[in-house]
Ligand binder design. Sequence first.
Ligand SMILES: Nc1nc2c(c(=O)[nH]1)N[C@H]1C(S)=C(S)[C@@H](COP(=O)(O)OP(=O)(O)OC[C@H]3O[C@@H](n4cnc5c(=O)[nH]c(N)nc54)[C@H](O)[C@@H]3O)O[C@H]1N2
Ligand SMILES: Nc1nc2c(c(=O)[nH]1)N[C@H]1C(S)=C(S)[C@@H](COP(=O)(O)OP(=O)(O)OC[C@H]3O[C@@H](n4cnc5c(=O)[nH]c(N)nc54)[C@H](O)[C@@H]3O)O[C@H]1N2
Ligand SMILES: [Mo]
Length: 778
Amino acid sequence: MSTSRDEQQRRTAEGEQGPEPRVGPAPGGEPSFRPYHHPAAGWGAAKSVSRFLAREGALVDGPRAIVRMNHENAGFDCPGCAWPDDTKGLRLDICENGIKHVTWEMTRKRVGRAFFAEHSVSELSEWSDFALEDQGRLTEPMVYDPGRDHYVPISWRDAFELVGRTLRELDAPGQAAFYTSGRLGNEATFLYQLMARELGTNNLPDCSNMCHEASGRALEASLGTGKGTVDLKDWQSTDALFIMGVNAASNAPRMLTALAEAYRRGAQIVHVNPLIEAAARRTIIPHDFVDMATGHSTRTSTLNLQVRIGGDMALLRGMAKAVLEQARSDPKALDQEFIERHTIGFDDYRKVCEATPWQEIERQSGLDRADILKAARVYRDADRSIVSWCLGLSQHEHGVDTVREIVNLLLLRGNLGREGAGPSPVRGHSNVQGNRTCGIDHRPSAEFLDRLAAVCGIDPPREHGLDTVGTVAAMRRGDVKVFVGMGGNFALAAPDTLLTYEALRSCDLTVQVSTKLNRSHVVHGRQALILPCLGRTEKDHRRSGIQSTSVEDSMSMVHLSVGMKRPASRHLLSEPAIIAGMARAALPHSPTPWQWYAEDYDRIRDTMAQVLDGFEDFNRRVRLPLGFRIKQPARELVFLTPSGKAEFSAAPLPDVVPAPGTLALGTMRSHDQWNTTIYSDNDRYRGIKNLRTLVFMNEDDMRERGICEFGPVDIVSTAKDGTTRSLDGFLAVPYDMPRGCAAGYMPEMNVLVALCDFSEQSDQPLMKHLRVTIAPST
Ligand SMILES: Nc1nc2c(c(=O)[nH]1)N[C@H]1C(S)=C(S)[C@@H](COP(=O)(O)OP(=O)(O)OC[C@H]3O[C@@H](n4cnc5c(=O)[nH]c(N)nc54)[C@H](O)[C@@H]3O)O[C@H]1N2
Ligand SMILES: Nc1nc2c(c(=O)[nH]1)N[C@H]1C(S)=C(S)[C@@H](COP(=O)(O)OP(=O)(O)OC[C@H]3O[C@@H](n4cnc5c(=O)[nH]c(N)nc54)[C@H](O)[C@@H]3O)O[C@H]1N2
Ligand SMILES: [Mo]
């Protein structure tokens, strides 16, 4: 679909735009809905890739780059998702969405000074998000000129001085916040947190605050580690996989390979999701050339359970209850020895399971007892089980309790610390896990700060800083005056869009370090900078030679990524160089050798090796063929919990059943988007074309409300504080999902997510569980 700029300009000029600019490209045709019956990946994916490459004019650069992606110590890490590289190394382990993502960065289009001279910021703010990003790569630093309402060029030196001066003049360091999006490499991450802490603040909000915060906190509480304990080899040898709350075919497509292999091996694969997503059916693995040629597909599921939104904890409790009931006659149903030696809290957990009536478990999960027993039998019969999950579990009020319930279930049968078993969260951004490991944490531990202080000679602040929600609120109050975004698109990714806009606009200075133009550049503070950086695919040439950066995947593997493409512009700087530039200007008396670090990342790694657990001998180990795996104490059955054991939790079941007349609505991604980056208005696996402003509903819920297919509806969300937010004129699409549930796309629906609606357990915005009413448009 090729609308973008010209069409967009015409529409803008003719005043056709509504008050809110569109997110996706302008419609290229009539919206349509035809359920998709083909296997995931396969030729559908191949066709989509070739169309995309053709549109992006990347036919030459694209394929060559892809061959260099995710290869054993050569080439760059796919900036797509955080799924680990296949340890079999030589296979072309790539996916449709990874290719789109890399090509997106390698586009030949450029946004230079002429572009900014031509278009005022007011004009740009009327453009769709698609059109903004579609202009191509940013090429030089720009500063906002309020008199002319245009971005104008600024030298790197003056840009750093503006940041430095503004930070130096703050009344307190806590008046600045430093956001990270999960693509930032480990070395830049380390420098970034060092800068913030040397300035004197732990205000380090990150995308994780909206993503897997709940998973980290739950695993920390239960197992004394914030991460999963399994790796890809475990996936390749497990007997049963439970895949919960993830749309893998779109968001972690390389998981399809693991699922197909598991199926062929005879493993059981249980999908838990209100929707039956493409990964819960069949796949043709793109790198399996014989299957591609013959059209032979492999099943990727043995059981699908359509829970209600928020009903996962009830299902897990039901499975545990069934296993405990069986253990009365069959002691082998439990791993008694494991429970006695390695865990604490079992008796309380058993009591809470016994005390939770089946009727309540059925009501809260939205599933029949018979179906829950099927899942329990799979779990009971498997010698080794892995439970994997993503946002469908984490972005909820009770996300922490739910992930802890996963661990409870695993502990019952000793599914931890042995091959083929354990918890396996699917992380989002390619280095979001590495960010946390390397210090992006608004609640750092005292041990980490002590080591940082000792090694780096600084006096880091001890009080907790602000997370994402806290930062928006503080900007709005005027308590945070400087916002620095190290990647990402805060304006669109954060909840409560209009309020987040207000918050960013009330800042004295907003700084966005980015590769492409996005909403966060046109929704800005009184002063604003756009600082363009190298992408992961590009050669990073510093004084000591070509640099590499390291990243950590979902399964704790750390490896190097080396860009090989010529940079999009010769004025781009690497992220470490930009951070060093800002830090030097903001901290004139700093003991940290910022420039020296930015010249050679080996020097940063040497310091990291002294500060971070598990990074000993970093420079050598990261250069091993597949990098190295950070030790997971819980995998060795060493639990860094207060009791020194794995801790059962015994939380009561939350009430997630929607009140009469209301629905639970979850926001999610389409197949053709990467968070706030939208590639097209299609969602292939869900059968949608040319439409993003939609809401998926159960057919009976539609009928009851007098809503027909593609009928326009108004959606009103009610927040915890009773305030309401609304979206009008979205089109309803009947979908196979439980009654009482509805779903639609982020970021369009972020307008509905109240800032005050965050989980008490994780502080995560409730992006998967809004309380809404939906009615035909008036
Ligand atoms: N191509 C592509 N890849 C991506 C991304 C992208 O935007 N595009 N984003 C990356 C990022 S940052 C992340 S965090 C991940 C996100 O990966 P996902 O977690 O797959 O992201 P969502 O699209 O939000 O989909 C959530 C899934 O949870 C289901 N769900 C909703 N509510 C519930 C519930 O209550 N229970 C259960 N069991 N399921 C539920 C939805 O039906 C949907 O299948 O993907 C990463 N990878
Ligand atoms: N309603 C709702 N909201 C959500 C979610 C949801 O499920 N529902 N999901 C949440 C989740 S899981 C996440 S992770 C966040 C995502 O939030 P963010 O990470 O803030 O958003 P992205 O869309 O991934 O950021 C895209 C921008 O990153 C910049 N970029 C790309 N590559 C690079 C690079 O190499 N370096 C730098 N410096 N910049 C780069 C580009 O300018 C691009 O426009 O959104 C959250 N928001
Ligand atoms: Mo994420």
